[in-house]
Design a protein around this ligand. Structure first.
Ligand SMILES: [Zn+2]
Length: 325
């Protein structure tokens, strides 16, 4: 069997940049204003790239991005036709190569579920003191908004490290919420990274009442993030960042190191990394990395969505034990 390879895309939402909403500064490191929205053309370009190289993985859709409304009933300052066009493109071109799931409700302020109003703390800090009685309805709400938008999801992504302090309660809650909303006994989630350690693979996080949950970690770093903070878009720069993941000859880089130590390369980047504050440099790097993986590793690795990885893990649970942290 070829080794699974996958790509995590964190933080996408229609038009709105959640990074702009929650960033601590409103300028890039080199002093340019952060842009609040991304044109749909950049999603179309992303789709061209994943289709060109057969890239698969996980793609978040944030249901209430930045506390600016929701993707079903409309987003503040976003043209409804652009919102619908974005969602339609995700459904027709991103899925099913990418497993789509929420990255909780807002990736910004936590929400009072009764009123929809923002609470005075972010979702990460809110989650740190919760248990299943509040996490199940919160996660179920996120899955329900996606379902209403026509996306049935069996997995979720943690905004920041949402839930890490209460991981047992969080794991139960993801599994229970997925069953409640989408009647699936199997579920996946992304919270942790497994980097610089051998044999980095997903694991069975929970088996309970006939339900199973698979934890899928990132095994590389988001090298593309750096593109947010530089005006450089030249070929030399693009190749320099791509080299950190895989060199042109396929001999070095994080992807190769993960493979050499028996792990699964699970790459990670963010929507804002690919958008590069409007320059799209990150998309060009993703294109280059996809090309290099095809050229050097097509006999060794096979692109998989998170749902495909979940099925693989559940078909041979004993081979995917929980690592020690
Ligand atoms: Zn995120």
């Amino acid at each position: 069997m070829k080794t699974p390879i996958s790509w995590i895309i964190d933080d996408p939402a229609p038009v709105i940049s959640v990074y702009y909403e929650h960033a601590k500064k409103n300028v890039t490191e080199d002093g340019r204003p952060l842009i609040p929205t991304y044109p749909n053309e950049m999603l179309f370009e992303f789709c061209d790239i994943i289709e060109r190289h057969g890239i698969k993985g996980k793609f978040s859709v944030i249901p209430m991005p930045g506390n600016k409304g929701d993707i079903v009933n409309g987003l503040e300052g976003v043209d409804q036709s652009k919102l619908n066009e974005w969602l339609e493109c995700v459904k027709t071109r991103v899925m099913p190569a990418f497993s789509v799931g929420p990255e909780m409700l807002t990736h910004h302020k936590a929400v009072d579920l009764a009123t929809g109003a923002p609470l005075p703390l972010n979702e990460r800090d809110w989650a740190s003191t919760q248990d299943r009685t509040t996490l199940v309805p919160y996660i179920a709400k996120a899955l329900s908004i996606l379902k209403e938008a026509g996306i049935d999801s069996i997995g979720v992504t943690s905004p920041w490290d949402f839930g890490i302090e209460v991981e047992d309660e969080y794991e139960h809650s993801v599994s229970a919420a997925v069953e409640k909303v989408n009647q699936s006994k199997k579920a996946w989630f992304f919270l942790r990274g497994l980097r610089d350690r051998p044999n980095a693979k997903p694991w069975v996080a929970l088996e309970e009442d006939g339900r199973t949950l698979v934890s899928i970690p990132a095994t590389t770093r988001d090298r593309i993030w750096a593109t947010i903070d530089t005006p450089r878009t030249d070929k030399e720069y693009i190749c320099k960042i791509a080299d950190m993941l895989i060199t042109e000859d396929g001999k070095e880089g994080e992807v190769i190191r993960v493979l050499e130590t028996g792990g699964y390369p699970i790459l990670i980047t963010h929507w804002q990394s690919l958008m590069s504050n409007g320059l799209g440099t990150g998309l060009k790097i993703m294109d280059e990395v996809g090309k290099r993986i095809s050229a050097n590793l097509s006999d060794k690795v096979q692109w998989m969505s998170f749902e495909e990885i979940t099925d693989l893990v559940l078909s041979d649970k004993e081979s995917y034990p929980k690592p020690v942290f």
